[in-house]
Design a protein around this ligand. Sequence first.
Ligand code: NAI
Ligand code: MG
Length: 497
Amino acid sequence: MNTVQNIETIQLSKVVSDFLNEEKKLFIGGEFVSSSSNNTFQTLNPANNEVLAEIHEASEEDVNSAVQAAKDAFENGQWSTMTPLERGDLIYKLAILIDEHKQYIAEIDSLDNGKPLAELLENDLPNAIGQFKYFSGWASKLMGQHIPVNGDFLNYTRHEPIGVVGQIIPWNFPFMMAAWKIAPALAAGCTIILKSAEQTPLSALYLAKLVQEAGFPKGVINIVSGHGETTGAALVKHPLVNKIAFTGSTEVGKIIMKEAANTMKRVTLELGGKSPNIILKDADLDKAAEGVFAGIMYNQGEVCSAGSRAYVHSSIYEEFVDRLVNLAKKVKLGTGLQSGITMGPLVSEEQKERVINYIEIGKSEGAKLVYGGGASEQGCFVEPTIFGDVEDDMRISREEIFGPVLVVSKFENELEVVERANDSEYGLGAGVWTENITKAHKIANKLKSGSIWINCYNATDPASPFGGFKNSGFGREMGSYALENYTEVKSIWVNLN
Ligand code: NAI
Ligand code: MG
């Protein structure tokens, strides 16, 4: 049993305790404003379920004002007339400010989401800063083509910003998800209304302060807090919003896609997953066990591309499962702000209940619980959990759990295992572990997923695309591909006769 550690919590930075005491208003048109309805909601610390702050909730009227501010900034504001180099400079300036404030942002996300502070400082924050740095350079490199057409014409294309974009993000990487969404949209010249997740609204509001400090023209970036069915839905149906970029559940992704059809909004969706790892018999077992374990347990398993299914060759199955169990025993559960812990609580009681329910389903389906399965009485902690001898048709092998639960299955034949790995409604990530580089590439080509990792898992970079096949959504974040989400192509013809 991984008991919750009782280590002293680090002292919060003064900046963060002051921030927690400030009023949490909406950021619209460059100003912090109160909710028009005066409604607020609470955000909790999932380690102890204590209230961290009261948050102003954006009503439909507030969403309308945010959209209008973004529309004004797009049509008449300084943003559209700013030179690309100046636009890039501002985006870079925001990156530098985030870097200067990274300790504070990490503390805020650790409190609000539960995840370990060290992971925020090693991954989420450098990654977010990287997004702004990377995309700042693209602001001045968006180019169309000059196309040799038949007849006496000059024909060329312009890649123009799509306009006002609504961005709806989840709670699993609160600050990093905001960066993934905002940075490419800014580079393309769009204006933005970002809706944070109701479980983790704090770090986006801190970002709003930095946006103000950087000196972005009013209305270029608006940040609203609120629930999905109200604030989120108001954004999705608004006729002046040209595009919605969404990360979250497949269920909500489908609702958004249907609603967006009414106003013909462009939509990109980054949704759920049930990503497989395939471990061939010639894999480097040290590397593979650690990679597969981290691939599911990182961020408490609350990762859309988590490697939640493992297919292990029968000849190494027992040894591999033993190694996974040894790694699970070493996990130190505790609140994100304690030093030395390696796994925090899940984000909410709701998510904890959901994961516990799946653990019960796994047991009742007859899968072998080889490790874990326990949860804390207080706070939202769930032990790292491993099921063995899992059959492909079990619900724990087919449905997204979004928690620290790995299902392990055996295979004999390499051709057959690729089919089994692909037999999923999802297609976000997949891993292959082998020392045979030819096999690795052949398998990588056959896997139906947006990212394939060979002898690694969950590697990402601002320059490399990320996104899904099948029910994992469509559109690619990061890299030059992300810019396509935020531009329209215009073809211009000039008669030379
Ligand atoms: P969710 O899909 O409901 O929430 C994600 C975001 O969408 C939040 O900002 C939420 O306020 C917003 N939203 C919800 N309903 C909306 C609507 N009708 N219109 C517009 N926006 C809406 O996900 P939830 O309930 O937090 O988690 C449920 C499950 O979803 C998780 O257990 C996990 O399986 C999956 N999930 C996947 C994520 C991913 O990264 N792909 C992230 C979060 C959750
Ligand atoms: Mg919270």
